[in-house]
Design a binder for this molecule. Structure first.
Ligand SMILES: NC(=O)c1ccc[n+]([C@@H]2O[C@H](COP(=O)([O-])OP(=O)(O)OC[C@H]3O[C@@H](n4cnc5c(N)ncnc54)[C@H](O)[C@@H]3O)[C@@H](O)[C@H]2O)c1
Length: 310
């Protein structure tokens, strides 16, 4: 297949693009390399790889790239509530406007597989499990732009969305702002973390399973299209404090304290069911423990010692 990935040089895209190339697909990545990231160099050896430096809001450019695509995976976004608050115009035009543009330009038979965040569930009803039919109540601009993007995509034919849990794991474009990645990083480098809203529960998913879900979605598209799918570890609906306890099993010197030092803009506190995706035959392979072990190795390599002697 010919696959267009916007934002393909990001945290998820930098793992997804090489995997799709290795599976024999032709992959075009469109990215503005917002973070100066030097990822995807390992993709350049593939004949079937094409990379374009540009903006997903550029209608003429998108029109040209779309003309050659069977499937589109639009990853380009300002990701996370803090980044969206810092650039509200960018958030609306990239997270929502560019997806509406894509839906307008794409031919009905072209397939779109869109990732969104499961923070759209906002504050879950206490103790109640969120399914894809639960109401979406995003509180932040990030959450609401992603919900609007999903509505645009799912109201056209040949589309599906993956409502991703909080992703963890290593990527060449590393993100240590994600909860598990952040806590393990602090546990390795500082041996301590101060947790706020420690009893808020979230769901988690490893980046390799996210990429496997996209590959699975491409393969089983006819059976899966037209619906949203929660993508998370079925046995990992854990509070932040419970997550810290799991990390401590790997790093016994890790200390964590709870204090009211912050608030989640999306007030994420929910339990998520991933049964719809599991019922298609998809199975996750990366547990929280496996990912934590991977992260500990990665943080031995990644160390910001530029302005310090140790
Ligand atoms: N990582 C998660 O936990 C998570 C969870 C749910 C959903 N998602 C979704 O997955 C997608 C990818 O997220 P990520 O974690 O890889 O984030 P990321 O910030 O690493 O990746 C975003 C990519 O988009 C590019 N980009 C930004 N603005 C652009 C523009 N105007 N034109 C072209 N490229 C642009 C950036 O350079 C970057 O490579 C996003 O749509 C995000 O909402 C991620």
């Amino acid at each position: 297949m010919k696959i267009l990935i916007t934002g393909g040089a990001g945290y998820i895209g930098s793992v997804l693009a090489p995997r799709l190339l290795e599976a024999g697909h032709h992959v075009t990545v469109l990215d503005n390399f917002l973070f100066g990231q030097a990822t995807l160099l390992d993709c350049c050896k593939h004949e079937g790889f094409r990379v374009v430096r540009g903006d997903c809001r550029d209608e003429a450019l998108m029109g040209k790239l779309l003309a050659q695509a069977d499937a589109i995976i639009p990853l380009a976004a300002l990701v996370g509530a803090p980044m969206c608050s810092a650039d509200t115009v960018g958030a609306r035009t990239i997270n929502q406007g560019a997806i509406e543009l894509l839906c307008r330009l794409a031919a009905p038979e072209q397939r779109i597989l869109l990732p969104v965040t499961n923070s759209g569930y906002g504050i879950g009803d206490k103790g109640k499990v969120c399914t894809e039919d639960s109401p979406l109540r995003p509180l932040s601009l990030y959450g609401s732009t992603k919900v609007a993007a999903e509505q645009a995509v799912l109201s056209r034919p040949n589309s599906l969305s993956f409502r991703l849990a909080t992703v963890f794991g290593l990527s060449p474009r590393m993100r240590i702002d994600l909860l598990v990645n952040d806590f393990v990083h602090r546990a390795v480098t500082d041996r301590a973390v101060v947790v706020f809203e420690g009893h808020f529960k979230r769901n988690y998913i490893h980046i390799q399973d996210v990429v496997r879900a996209f590959a699975f979605g491409l393969e089983h598209f006819e059976q899966m299209k037209g619906r949203p799918y929660n993508v998370g570890l079925e046995d990992a609906n854990l509070s932040k404090i419970e997550l810290c306890a799991v990390i401590k099993q790997h790093l016994p010197q890790f200390t964590y304290l709870e204090a009211p030092v912050g608030e989640d803009p999306d007030k994420r506190d929910y339990i998520v069911s991933n049964q719809r995706l599991l019922s298609t035959g998809f199975a996750t392979e990366w547990s929280l423990d496996r990912g934590i072990k991977e992260l500990i190795k990665g943080y031995t390599i990644l160390r910001n010692a530029r302005y310090s002697n140790v």
